[in-house]
Design a protein around this ligand. Structure first.
Ligand SMILES: NC(=O)c1ccc[n+]([C@@H]2O[C@H](COP(=O)([O-])OP(=O)(O)OC[C@H]3O[C@@H](n4cnc5c(N)ncnc54)[C@H](O)[C@@H]3O)[C@@H](O)[C@H]2O)c1
Length: 352
């Protein structure tokens, strides 16, 4: 049985711990959370209690007694924890964004690349986006002409996020683009391929220095298709995270407003039909109240995929997405920030 340590026991650490505990209880993974560490000892104690695990006062003490670590500290804490875990040969699940600066993302990627790892860009496991990627890549409806992706949520230093580091550039690396829409940039590169150029504007309306609350990107591709991405942190607390993706192909208009199961709507000359992503069959074995089902499965599925890979015979288990894929998304984010700082001039992604 693999012993899992959770490093960073805040919001997402707790979500992962809940999903992992359900997987263990249902005997869907051969792994269990045995250790927790947070710079806030109350948080690691609570996590340990919830999992019948041990809370450690130092990171190195935890790393000495586990096989796999889930790095869930705020973004600026990822690099040091990843480096120390990798030095011990542990497998690492690292949350997104990798780090606040591209230089640190590159350092972190160089450390993770040779060892078993996976990055927490969990939307790659959402059935609706897998359907999108499949349709686009098969060219079932011809070429992509242009894409529109809108992502909005309330400014996340309030509500369920309940912590302030997302208002601090040194901790977060920036605002809505790097912290939230790194998911979207990653999805777009998965579905559409690598962009060749980006034009971006950002705005800071809520006064957190270096934390953009609006970002508008125009991405261009080698085949002369394009994508527009709008990322917003607003102040409507009753409006949680929401995404709308629209893809215009030669022979279809494809859209979804749900970032997990869909449905994915496909309009062709014959009318509109829907494709719905399915949850894995094993999800029925989880003992989760219906209201939490979606969010638990959303995190349980990538966790199970990673742990299954670690237990499979063969070489180092590189999960989906890998750190190389995450780094590619960070390069797009960096070029977008450079374009915005340069008055919206196009930045080539071929040079990065
Ligand atoms: N994949 C996703 O869907 C998703 C969702 C939310 C957050 N995240 C990412 O997860 C990370 C954490 O976000 P959060 O919302 O859980 O924040 P949070 O503030 O709720 O929790 C972060 C925790 O890390 C602890 N911490 C900080 N530095 C530490 C260190 N060096 N060692 C140990 N513990 C440390 C803090 O005390 C806190 O308890 C961020 O990088 C965020 O972008 C990912």
């Amino acid at each position: 049985m693999k012993r899992i340590g959770i490093v960073g026991c805040g919001h997402i650490g707790t979500v992962h711990s809940y999903a992992l505990k359900q997987l263990t209880k249902a005997e869907l993974i051969d792994a269990k959370i045995t250790a927790a560490y947070d710079t806030d000892p109350d948080r690691s104690a609570a996590m340990a209690r919830h999992n019948d695990a041990v809370a450690y006062a130092k990171l190195d003490e935890l790393l000495d007694v586990v096989d796999v670590v889930w790095i869930c500290t705020w973004t600026a804490g990822h690099l040091d924890a990843v480096a120390r875990a990798a030095a011990r040969g542990l497998a690492v699940f690292c949350e997104k964004p990798l780090a606040p600066t591209l230089e640190d993302c590159e350092r972190l990627a160089a450390i993770l690349e040779p060892i078993p790892h996976q990055v927490g860009l969990v939307l790659r496991h959402a059935p609706v986006f897998a359907l999108c990627a499949e349709i686009v890549q098969s060219q079932e409806f011809g070429r992509v002409l242009t894409t529109m992706f809108r992502d909005d949520q309330y400014f996340p230093i309030q509500g369920m996020y309940g912590s302030t580091w997302r208002g601090d550039r040194d901790q977060a690396g920036g605002g809505t683009l790097i912290e939230h829409s790194i998911h979207d940039i990653d999805l777009l590169q998965w579905i559409l391929g690598a962009p060749t150029e980006v034009v971006a504007t950002t705005a800071n309306r809520y006064g957190y220095v270096g934390i953009e609350d609006t970002a508008v990107l125009n991405l261009r591709y080698a085949d002369s298709s394009s994508a527009t991405m709008i990322s917003i942190w607003h102040q409507v607390l009753s409006r949680g995270s929401s995404r709308r993706l629209e893809i215009f192909c030669d022979d279809a208009y494809i859209w979804t407003e749900d970032d997990y199961l869909g449905p994915l709507h496909v309009q062709t000359k014959d009318g509109v039909h829907e494709r719905i992503g399915g949850v894995p069959q094993w999800a029925g074995r989880l003992d989760v109240p219906e209201v939490y089902e979606k969010s638990v499965i959303q995190y349980a599925e990538p966790a199970k995929a990673f742990l299954d890979g670690l237990n499979a015979p063969g070489g180092p288990a590189i999960g989906h997405p890998s750190v190389a894929e995450a780094l590619a998304a960070h390069r797009v984010v960096e070029a977008a920030y450079q374009s915005a700082a340069d008055g919206g001039r196009p930045k080539s992604l071929l040079a990065l």
